[in-house]
Design a binder for this molecule. Structure first.
Ligand SMILES: [Zn+2]
Length: 306
């Protein structure tokens, strides 16, 4: 009898938790449909960030590295254009609210290859506008590819409607080095926020482009393919790969931290927080509808209620 009551109670709790998670996903999906664009006059830009039109900003990190920002978008997305001597890489293309191609064309004449940090809707919105698309050759990607056409599934990344499909013209492997002409970049497979996530390391310039793995603001650990153990493994992997004096360039920022850049010590703070969360020694700042844990003064991580 007690066992039956316990099972019933557990089912009720599970149902409540599922409903709360659905509510969170619903709120985010709502943000996708409702225009939450911020008025241009209300946007606080980071140091060195300049408007290039009424939507996009450009920050010259150096003469061959640009952050293309969308600070009026409710998630403040940042996409990165990396120029070599022979070709350029565009890492992420944003939610596709506006066409990013004219901005890229203003910055380079080189052939551009697009690669996204992961297949969430706010990172692949303009991929279909470019003829050259690379993608990481890992199972969570390849299972959604048919005849080299990537079609994001309905269940990925909170979207209710599908994003435009695009053709993969180049497959890249985890740990591979890509030479774009006197500029060698290393690709890291970093599941955690999302199961197919990619980070790009420029060891010469000491940059690590991290997508949604780490950025200032609220990190998402409750997406459909988020995984806390993977997050911890990947953060340790990244710490082992870099020298410790890299700058991290994330795919988002927030109004309190308008720049998407972080010092590499942020990875150590994230590792510490994830370890404590797993050990049950870090108290969440809030538990409902999702758990929010403080990582450091720049970041929180949001996790499911259970
Ligand atoms: Zn994102």
């Amino acid at each position: 009898m007690v066992a039956i009551v316990e099972i019933m109670l557990r089912n009720v709790l599970l149902l409540a938790a599922s409903l709360l998670s659905l509510l969170c996903i619903g709120v985010i999906a709502l943000g996708y449909f409702v225009t939450l664009d911020i008025d241009q006059n209300d946007v606080v830009l980071a140091n060195g960030e300049e408007w290039i039109d009424d939507w996009y900003t450009v920050t010259a990190i150096d003469s061959t590295t640009f952050a293309i920002g969308e600070p009026r978008y409710w998630q403040r997305n940042y996409n990165y254009l990396l120029l070599g001597k022979e070709r350029a890489i565009l890492f992420d293309t944003g939610p596709g609210v506006r066409n990013i191609k004219p901005v890229v064309d203003k910055l380079t004449n080189l052939p551009v290859t697009v690669v996204s940090s992961h297949p969430h809707y706010d990172h692949i919105g303009n991929n279909y506008r470019f003829p050259q698309n690379a993608w990481l050759d890992v199972e969570p990607i390849t299972r959604e590819v048919e005849k080299n056409i990537f079609q994001p599934s309905y269940t990925r990344g909170f979207t209710i409607r599908n994003m435009p499909s695009f053709e993969i013209t180049e497959w890249w492997r985890p740990d591979e080095q890509i030479d774009i002409g006197h500029r060698e970049l290393t690709l890291y497979f970093v599941p955690g926020h999302e199961a197919a996530s990619l980070a790009i390391h420029d060891p010469q310039r000491k940059y690590l482009f991290t997508g949604d793995f780490i950025y200032p603001g609220w990190l998402v650990g409750f997406a459909p393919t988020s995984d806390l153990s993977d997050y911890l493994d990947s953060v340790r992997f990244l710490i082992a790969q870099i020298n410790g004096n890299e700058t991290l360039y994330g795919a988002h920022s927030d109004t309190e931290h308008p720049s998407p850049a972080l010092p590499s010590s942020a990875l150590n703070d994230l590792e510490k927080a994830l370890l404590s969360i797993k050990a049950g020694t870090l108290e969440p700042e809030s538990k409902i509808p999702i758990k929010i844990y403080r990582v450091n003064e720049d970041m929180d991580i949001y996790l499911p209620p259970l």
